[in-house]
Structures are given as C-alpha cells and as structure tokens.
Ligand binder design. Sequence first.
Ligand SMILES: [Mg+2]
Length: 316
Amino acid sequence: MKRFEGLRRSPWLVLVLVVAGLATAAAVAVAGLQPANLAYTPNSEGQVTNIDVARAWIKNYYGASGAATGASGGWSTDLNLDSNYAKEACSVANEGTNWLEARSKVKNRAIVLDVDDTTLTTWNYELFSNWDYNPSTNAVFVGLTGTTFTGNMFPATPCMLDMVKAAKNMGYEVFWITGRGDSQHNATIANLVSDTAAGFPEITDVTYSGATVPEIDAGYPMPTAIDTGHGGFTDGLFTKPSVGSYPAYLDKPEFCAAAIATSKSCGTIAYKSGTRAYIESEGYDIVADFGDQFSDLEGGYADKTFKMPNPNYYLP
Ligand SMILES: [Mg+2]
C-alpha cells in the first residue's frame, strides 16, 4: 500500500503528526477543518496534546474506550456503529446524498471516492498496529499475504454504503481513486464489492494473530468501467501505478510530469487530481469527491469535496 509513503515510515513522526493534527483540530474547531500546518512549532507543552492522551481520546471517539492495542489487543472487535466517529461519518455521508440529490438530473455525472477511511474504515488496523503502520501487517488486513488473497478485514465506513447506493440509483457513475498500489488492486475490489467480483474464491472467515473474524465484502456496487491506462485495469477503481508505469494522462506539467521524468513516485494531490482530470476528459462531470485526507480533495476537478473524519494519520 502506498498510502503512507515516506511519512508513515517513521513512527515517531507519525505520533508527532497525530498530536499536531489534534492541536490543529482544536485550533480550527470554530473556523472549520483545513489542512494541518506541519511546520507549526509549539512554544510550550500546553500547545500540544500528549500522545497517550490523544490515543485515549481517539479510542473514545471510535467507541472503543480502553481498547487494548497490539497484535493481541482488541482489534478484532467490530467497528462501533454508535460511536461519535460513526455519527460524524454518517453526517458527511448524508450531506453528500443531499448534494447529489439536488444535482441528479444531468447525464454523465459522477462521484469519486477514496478507499481507506472514506469507504472502508481501517480503525481495526490502527488498534492492531498501535498507530505504527507496517506495510506487511497492513497488507494482511487489505487481504493479501504475500501475493495470495487471504480475505479482507476492513468494514464499510458508516453510512457510506447507503450514500454510494443512493448515488448509483440516482444515475451517478462511481469511481474510486486510491493511493493503494496496483499490486493491491484485486484485493481492494474484493473488499469493496466482493471476492468473486475480483475473481477470487469466496472466503468466509479470516484467521490472523490468534483471532478469527468474518471476511468482509462491504457490498458496494461495482464502479463504472473505464480504462485506467495502466495494469490492464478497466473496472473503475484507480489504484496507484508503479513508478515507470504511469499513464500518459498523468504526464503533464501540472500533474506528474516532473516525477515521471525523474523516475519518482508522483505526489498524492497531483496523482489524484490528474486522475480526476482524466475521468472528466472521458466525458464525466465529477459532482462530488469524498476523501479523509485533504490530499484526496485538493487540486480541483470536482464540483464539491467532502471531508471524511480521520484523526489517526495525516497524509500530505
Ligand atoms: Mg483515505
């Protein structure tokens, strides 16, 4: 998974970001959410939230007060749908539905969705990892052990399933754009839609780290078929291409041309906005873009953006 490129490889920095995020959230509670200022330097202890306190508050927010973290902790407990997190996610989803209902009469209208913590909630992995991302253990939750599909572990984000189904019923086309890499493409469709939609055998249970949990097919509708221009994927889910495999539509100065010219990974805002531009160039009008990170939402090519709640990590 590429979603944690760079930043999440450094555990202490992640924790600093959690604290900075909370401090910023507190600072903008009245003014509204906005991207965090990562250069902010507290002058005193009182200007940041203690990391252990932040963890406790986030557990309370997810309705998992006192949940144990770590591989033998409470990660296998179902997501609490009565939590303040669930209520806030539902509030955004319902705002989205209202926005789409008011604009449902024109053809070729589309919505764009992020995956992690927008349409699938990764809270169980935060508990498992104690907010310390590791690509190998994360891949197990995504559904892969090595290259073998072993079953999905992320539930649908509260109320987002209803929102997407409603959008589909209103005639909207549905596309996903994720920072997960092409190597996780099929496992991602398997979690969002179903194992069989991704071409895998149906799996009913997942056993991992001493716990057996139901394998999750979130039940989203299949996205709208479109040629992603890489990896042979045409199912409407845009996973991130590997360096060296970027499609021509991203090779523009305003998107990924500089990264492509230097064989580097393209940044999230450029990759995602460039992909939205491509979708619009194929004849769709993106009426709404849903994401939990500001980097999912910046860069244009959407009439309105919807910020899903996520206090667990910050991806520029
Ligand atoms: Mg996300």
